[in-house]
Design a protein around this ligand. Structure first.
Ligand code: OAD
Length: 301
């Protein structure tokens, strides 16, 4: 059997694969300059980023949680989709049987022209806004205001000459943002507006989950990409085992994928590439999407 990181052998498998699934995580957007959740990029001021992504944190200090998300919105708006997002979008255009599940909320896959029907944003979007009152169904799609509101302006500052943003320094005191300074829901007038992302302990969108289940049930899955994710957050990570049970070979693309401690995840017939997703995806997908043109775009078929 070919080694787990043999590109030629992977190309053979790709050419014979029709139904393809992908699960993407923060590592896909890392080379666009967006921080990941765990590891080096996982702290914001002195908060663990995963602790801020909770209803509890929002109830305790909505201003602080909003600052965190306002900063992520600003970064995502300034970032550009990378070759990894573009390669996946090109695969989707060429193969209608490719479905991409992303945990990312940064809108970069959409900006790379990934066909919407072939992209499921498991954890919502930074640019959707909803009401924090659970009994209110108000939602606004595609709000790209930056800053989101006047009180959150410190999160949207661009420092000259790459100097660090004061907001990111845990020793720099930030003015406490009160609830009165944050926008209220225009429908119920009582709840605060909040980011339309899924927080820990919250359910994923039921319709989206049903669509994904229907796709999985329809026919066997030939191949599944697991890209730039620590695959520790459920139900997202559960799709890896589901696809494996439906016959899929797994290809893991992650900086750590070939580390000794990670190799137990690579079963016989699977592939693992310990590379930057933005660099390796165009190489791996080349038999289907071709090479990028001079502008770095994969032309439409
Ligand atoms: P993590 O931060 O947990 O994992 C990112 C993974 O990407 C790590 O395994 C890195 O090794 C890898 N990585 C970093 N740079 C890379 C690069 N250039 N190319 C390839 N891989 C790279 O992020 P996620 O797995 O996406 O959920 O986190 C999952 C969920 O947990 C997020 O959607 C978010 C978070 O808390 C919610 O907010 C609900």
């Amino acid at each position: 059997m070919a080694p787990h990181n043999d590109v030629e052998a992977f190309h053979e498998v790709l050419r014979s694969s029709r139904r393809i699934l992908a699960l993407c995580g923060a590592g896909l957007s890392a080379s666009s300059g967006l921080p990941t959740f765990r590891g080096a990029g996982g702290f914001w001021r002195n908060y663990d980023a995963t602790q801020l992504a909770t209803v509890r944190a929002f109830k305790m200090d909505p201003g602080m949680v909003w600052l965190f998300y306002a900063y992520r919105r600003h970064l995502a708006l300034k970032a550009e989709p990378n070759k990894g997002h573009k390669a996946l979008a090109a695969l989707a255009r060429r193969n209608p049987d490719f479905l991409c599940l992303t945990q990312n909320v940064d809108n970069l896959s959409q900006r790379a022209q990934h066909p919407p029907s072939q992209l499921k944003c498991l954890h919502g979007s930074l640019f959707d806004i909803k009401c924090s009152n659970e009994s209110c169904d108000w939602m606004q799609k595609g709000n790209f205001d930056d800053p989101f509101c006047a009180a959150l302006a410190p999160a949207s500052v661009d420092m000259p000459n790459g100097e660090p943003l004061p907001l990111l320094d845990p020793y720099h005191r930030v003015k406490h943002i009160t609830e009165d300074e944050l926008p209220k829901c225009p429908q119920c007038s009582s709840g605060l507006q909040r980011p339309g992302v899924v927080w820990f302990g919250e359910d994923l969108d039921a319709h989206m989950m049903m669509d994904i289940s229907a796709w999985l049930r329809a026919q066997p899955v030939d191949l599944m990409f697991v890209i730039g994710t620590s695959a520790g957050v459920y139900p997202a990570a559960g799709y890896i085992d589901k696809a494996r049970k439906l016959g899929a070979r797994i290809v893991i693309i992650n900086l750590e994928a070939e580390d000794e401690a990670e190799m137990f995840k690579v079963k016989p017939g699977d592939f693992a590439f310990g590379k930057d997703a933005a660099e390796i995806l165009p190489v791996l997908l080349e038999p289907i999407i071709g090479k990028p043109n001079e502008e770095g775009e994969f032309e439409k078929p």
